[in-house]
Design a protein around this ligand. Structure first.
Ligand code: 6XL
Length: 271
């Protein structure tokens, strides 16, 4: 019996949470008491057999800042992907609907540190996210923030999303080596983390505003990076700049970023 296989009989489906990349996602109650989110995979959106193979690895990735994969219902179609439930939805929406004064610098920095902890865990396990952004992080009680949908990008069948020339490719979160050679690594996740920090400290602004993808690619390839968010501390912006090193080698790993941000947080909190 594959322990990552969930019996759909044990799932009671509730309200729709949203329509994700792969189809409708609903809240579900598992075994009578466990709150979950259930992705009901629309046919043809994902290479399902490859994903089901990977699911056993993904269920082993467990960290307080990663949205836990509980398992899959793969004995029927559509398959279900069952994960931990986060009651406040995406970090992107949470930032945009929560007024800035409610989110002081200490809270914004703490959110970035939580994401960094989750990403340092993935880095330690040589696991690449490939689409880190505030839209792919989720918020729970007491401003708990967790990284969601890590690794799933590999199973998307829509080549508008998977090819760097496609209309759905996350250009604004991609470093030069991904734009030029789609060369993903934990260091390309670090670049995306810098953009995520910029999203957090602008309370959910869209990076590079209304620039077209072509204009963004030109800027990134010429070393032009995002400006310091209004009111953002210089030492926090400096960490963002470290994430935007032109080549992956000069960007710090997540375990170093975590130490940097924690040190700043202790100083900021002391003030
Ligand atoms: C776990 N979880 C997932 C979601 C939820 C709902 C709809 N779409 C999604 N998304 N969003 C994005 C997404 C992105 C991908 C990439 C491969 C990385 C491109 C792959 C996905 F499969 C999803 C997905 O399923 C999610 C994210 O997986 C919402 C939750 N919670 C709430 C609470 C209140 N209101 C709304 N959502 C929640 O707790």
């Amino acid at each position: 019996h594959d322990k990552w296989e969930i019996d759909p009989v044990e799932l009671v489906l509730k309200e729709v949470l949203g329509a994700g990349q792969f189809g409708v996602v609903r809240r579900g109650v598992w075994r009578g008491r466990i709150d979950t989110a259930v992705k009901m995979m629309k046919e043809g959106t994902m290479s399902e057999d490859d994903f089901i193979d990977e699911a056993k690895v993904m269920t082993q990735l467990q960290h307080q800042n990663l949205v836990q994969l509980y398992g899959v219902c793969s004995k029927h179609r559509p398959i279900y992907i069952v994960t931990e439930f986060m009651k406040h939805g995406s970090l992107f929406n949470y930032l945009r609907r929560t007024s800035p004064d409610q989110l002081g610098h200490a809270v914004l920095l703490d959110m970035c540190i939580q994401v960094c902890r989750g990403m340092a865990y993935l880095e330690r396990h040589n696991y690449i996210h490939r689409d880190l952004a505030t839209r792919n992080c989720l918020v729970g009680d007491e401003n708990v923030v967790k990284v969601a949908d890590f690794g799933l990008a590999r199973y998307v069948l829509d080549d508008q999303y998977t090819s760097s020339g496609g209309s759905k490719f996350p250009i604004k979160w991609a470093p030069p080596e991904v734009l030029n050679f789609t060369r993903f690594s934990s260091k390309s996740d670090v670049w995306a983390f810098g953009v995520l920090m910029w999203e957090v400290f602008t309370c959910g602004k869209v990076p590079y505003g209304r620039l077209t993808n072509t204009e963004v690619v030109n800027r990134v390839q010429h070393g032009q990076v995002l400006e310091k968010p209004k009111g953002c501390l210089d030492e926090i912006y400096k960490v963002m700049r470290l994430c935007w090193g032109q080549t992956p080698e000069i960007r710090p790993p997540f375990r170093v970023l975590k130490e940097e941000l924690t040190t700043i947080s202790q100083r900021v909190l002391a003030d």
